[in-house]
Write a protein that binds this ligand. Structure first.
Ligand code: ADP
Length: 218
């Protein structure tokens, strides 16, 4: 379903969010205080506006409160970033995603009601480290400090074995959510389903259990 998004602050992060939402077929209202930043996304947005998004009257006149999602990607001015987030929440927006500069900024944003706080460099650093330390890890989603979902390459050793032969839940406490092979995805694998060479499995569990499974079970 098409959703309406407002992207505020069109630096590297905001512009990338804007272009990708546009590519996915969504309507995007793009806002930046600088003309050249706005001009750069004209082809990738429904409407692009030069404005100061930390001012209440600006947000109200653009009808921002009626959008489904807002992304606050103002990075160079923390005060404007915080003010804009606060105003969006006061306008009643339910999905406000905000880019934070550091851990303290993140704390403030959480306190004023940001629904999701992103620290792109920090988050990507963790993801890259996890992918590097395990040659088998393709994707990694942190569900909480304790739990995550990982996408892992299977080894030749597991090829042609059925899931119930491997007994992954009993041995490692991990749940297999899906089996992927290229574009083919089995999203509700049954115990009888077999793994084949080149498959990837999507596994959910405690971080320690997934690590144990990666090291000993794959
Ligand atoms: P990145 O690190 O993702 O490149 P930047 O901090 O360079 O992010 O970019 C932030 C963007 O936010 C800039 O394009 C800047 O012009 C814009 N910006 C800063 N203050 C405001 C504001 N009050 N209203 C709208 N946009 C703003």
């Amino acid at each position: 379903m098409k959703k309406e998004f407002v992207v505020i602050g069109l630096g590297r992060f905001g512009a990338s969010v804007c272009k990708e939402l546009h590519r996915l077929g969504h309507q995007v209202l793009a806002i930046d205080i600088k003309e050249e930043k706005v001009n750069a996304v004209l082809d990738y947005s429904e409407k692009a506006v030069i404005a100061d998004a930390s001012r209440e009257e600006v947000l109200k006149s653009l009808g921002v409160g009626n959008f489904d999602y807002a992304v606050v990607a103002i990075g160079d001015n923390m005060q404007a970033n915080i003010m804009c987030t606060l105003l969006l929440k006061e306008l009643g927006m339910e999905n406000v995603w905000v880019k934070a500069q550091d851990a303290n900024h993140k704390k403030v944003l959480a306190k004023i009601g940001a629904d999701r706080v992103i620290q792109p460099e920090y988050d990507m650093g963790i993801r890259a480290a996890n992918q590097m330390q395990s040659g088998k890890l393709q994707e990694y989603i942190e569900l909480s400090e304790e739990y995550s979902i990982s996408e892992l390459d299977i080894s030749k050793r597991l090829a042609n074995k059925a899931l119930n032969d491997l007994d992954i839940r009993a041995k490692y406490g991990c749940t297999i959510l899906a089996i992927k092979n290229g574009e083919k995805v089995n999203i509700s694998p049954s115990a009888e389903d077999k793994l084949y060479e080149g498959d990837m499995i999507v596994v959910m569990g405690k971080n320690d259990d997934i690590k144990r499974f990666e090291e000993k079970g794959l």
